[in-house]
Ligand binder design. Structure first.
Ligand code: CTP
Ligand code: CA
Length: 221
């Protein structure tokens, strides 16, 4: 187990990282999810830890293990993730890498839904937007970083998303199926800040994480 550094650039700082997908239950055995593996979020948490930060790692049901040396808060749904993030405040920075389900099922069932020949109809409600909420909350961390998974016009959509959400930075990536990014080991990201868009070269997710963690440290210095 690697313990947090005692003298890294983020020593004494608290960073919240959200990661993984969320699962939105339909009934006790079924749920709605997405293709996030949680690999990028886990790598970011580990990179922040390596710079000395205390990391609250709020994770949905990911397919990669949580890093050692971070405080793991495991959740399932978007609403649970929002509550866990609220409970982890205050923080110096928040990095919202989770692929939060946009909708939850309103007419879920306590019992397994049986096959009757009639197709079930799911009623959906929009989930709380954790990034937009934390960006405008009174306890807003000094630095709030969001992600944007887009399949077209990445920079334009992500720039609009940054303003809409009220966060400081957006890490945008192209997740169109041809890129193989969802579930893959590499990422090609564009960092959107107040100053504009920076295209980063294609890197493995650990390198993306290290570069982002270094930028977080710089911003909080
Ligand atoms: N996010 C969040 N809570 C939600 C939805 C998204 O905190 N309910 C965060 C994600 O963790 C990510 C950012 O918002 O950091 C952008 O997520 P994305 O799905 O790209 O944006 P949406 O606003 O949901 O827009 P859309 O899916 O329609 O592109
Ligand atoms: Ca979304």
């Amino acid at each position: 187990i690697r313990a947090a550094l005692t003298d890294g650039p983020l020593t004494g700082r608290h960073v919240i990282v959200t990661s993984g997908p969320t699962h939105e239950p339909i009934d006790p055995v079924r749920y709605i999810a997405n293709r996030s593996s949680g690999a990028q979020g886990a790598a970011i948490a580990a990179a922040l830890r390596d710079l000395g930060a205390r990391v609250s790692f709020v994770t949905g049901p990911a397919s990669v293990p949580a890093p050692q040396g971070v405080d793991v808060i495991a959740v399932e749904t978007a609403q649970q993730m929002r509550d866990a993030v609220a409970a982890a405040l205050p923080a110096d920075a928040a990095v919202m890498a989770a692929a939060v389900a946009d909708w939850r099922v309103l007419n879920g069932s306590d019992q397994k839904i049986k096959k009757t020949g009639d197709m079930p109809t799911l009623q959906m409600a929009e989930n709380p937007d954790i990034l937009a909420w934390i960006s405008r909350d009174a306890r807003r961390p000094r630095l709030v970083v969001g992600f944007a998974a887009e399949t077209q016009d990445v920079t334009a959509h992500a720039t609009a998303k940054r303003l809409r959400k009220g966060c400081d930075w957006i890490v945008a990536n192209d997740v169109s199926p041809a890129t193989g990014i969802m579930g893959g080991s590499h990422n090609t990201v564009t960092l959107i800040t107040e100053a504009g868009a920076e295209d980063w070269p294609r890197m493995d997710k650990h390198a993306v994480a290290a570069r982002l963690a270094a930028r977080v440290a710089e911003a909080l210095a």
